[in-house]
Design a protein around this ligand. Structure first.
Ligand code: PLP
Length: 393
């Protein structure tokens, strides 16, 4: 991977024909160090957010020793990349063959589940293992989060007593886990979920060894400015301390986005302008899935060596494939005189952007460069911004 000083330097020097992914190892290191130092428990990286082996390696070097994996593919990837890492298989619905391979070949000892059927599957696949940490996933609200994870998984409080009881009998250590939805915009999401955990523990009257608050820790995007992560950590710590669990119980978290959102951005080229619609060479089937399907606005800046004094204007993007849905509504604020051939950096794509990329229609590219400038300022500049500030050009 070639290394350049900045996104602007790279675009100017290479004038890339294909979209180019930029990675900023220093930003991911900073995020990992922050989380591992400040979170009042164990930090376990959710690999699905960005499974790049380079990222896994640098998270490991930054002190992340545990990894939340959700498929046998992720188990194999992390085992290969970080043989010393501890893996936790936190998908509540797994193939029996995947459980067996994870346990017998890769040494995985922690699994999540949300039904008796899954518990039976785990016990069959591991041939009645006696060294398991089994985490029962509770259904909690995603109402305070931007992306819901409330519909698909999680035992209802009303039915959890029997499941917790049966899991306690089978497990060496019993955990309770949940996920408040991705990009949780308030610490209350976790405080509310912890109340459901409390009710479940009281209802089942079992000894719980692990409380795993899942992912959901937010990053800052244009138009989405959550409180600082410390406020989330404080709310979680307070709630954890007040649960009816033993002094030795452990607190875990599974951050994905919070560790890797700033890790990468993308340089795209404008291939055509039609009014305020820019046709760019990456889109919904590339790294911009969330911009297309969730309507997220990502920070953007034009990469031009010689600044112009153009006012800003609101643009939308079309991606390169032939589909109408390959459209990112934005609005994305860019200089009004932007034109075909201009390069744009789109920031904050390290979480889920790279991971969701496809090669549909023959578009997309794996070209990746390391840059050591700072990730883009994520503040949405507002429709009334008069002129292009120096830092943007
Ligand atoms: N843990 C589990 C079980 C998940 O399903 C996810 C995301 O889907 C995560 C952790 C990571 O979530 P986030 O990226 O919001 O931190």
């Amino acid at each position: 991977m070639a290394e350049h000083h900045s996104a602007l330097g790279l675009a100017t020097a290479l004038r890339p024909v294909q979209p180019v992914t930029l990675v900023r190892p220093h930003a991911a290191r900073r995020a990992a160090t922050f989380f591992t130092e400040k979170f009042p428990g164990r930090c376990m990286y959710a690999v699905k957010a960005n499974p790049s082996p380079d990222l896994l390696q640098l998270l490991w070097e930054s002190g992340v020793t545990h990894y939340d994996v959700a498929s046998i593919g992720e188990v194999r990837l992390v085992s290969r990349t970080l043989p010393q890492a501890t893996l936790c298989f936190m998908h509540p619905v797994k193939a029996e063959e995947a459980i067996a391979e994870a346990y017998f070949t890769h040494g995985v000892r922690t699994f999540s589940l949300d039904t008796i059927e899954e518990l039976e599957k785990i016990m069959r696949a591991t041939r009645g293992a006696e060294d398991l940490t089994l985490c029962v996933r509770l259904r909690v609200s995603s109402d305070l989060s931007k992306l819901s994870l409330a519909a698909k998984f999680g035992a209802e409080l009303d039915d959890v007593k029997e499941l917790l009881f049966a899991t306690r009998q089978a497990a060496d250590a019993l955990g309770i886990c949940f996920h408040v939805g991705s990009q949780a915009m308030s610490p209350d999401a976790y405080a509310n979920a912890m109340e459901i955990v409390r009710a479940a523990i009281v209802e089942a009257s079992v000894t719980v060894d692990v409380i795993d608050v899942g992912g959901g820790f937010p990053s800052t995007y244009p138009g989405m400015e959550p409180p600082p992560l410390e406020r989330y950590f404080d709310a979680i710590h307070r709630a954890f301390e007040s649960l009816p669990i033993s002094y030795s119980a452990e607190l875990w978290a599974e951050p994905g986005r919070a560790l890797c959102a700033e890790y990468s951005s993308l340089i795209v080229r404008v291939e055509k302008r039609r009014g305020t619609e820019l046709y760019i060479n990456d889109g919904a089937y590339g790294a911009l899935f969330d911009a297309a399907h969730m309507g997220w606005r990502f920070p953007v800046k034009r990469l031009r060596e010689v600044p112009t004094a153009s006012p800003y204007e609101a643009f939308s993007f079309y991606g390169p494939t032939c589909d109408d849905i390959d459209h990112m509504a934005g609005p994305f604020l860019l200089p009004a005189d932007i034109q075909t051939g201009d390069y744009i950096e789109i920031g904050m794509l390290g979480a889920y952007g790279a991971a969701l990329r496809t090669a549909f229609n023959g578009f997309g590219s794996d070209e990746t460069h390391i840059v050591n400038d700072e990730p883009m300022d994520t503040l949405y500049l507002g429709d009334t911004h008069e002129s292009e500030p120096d830092r943007v050009v």
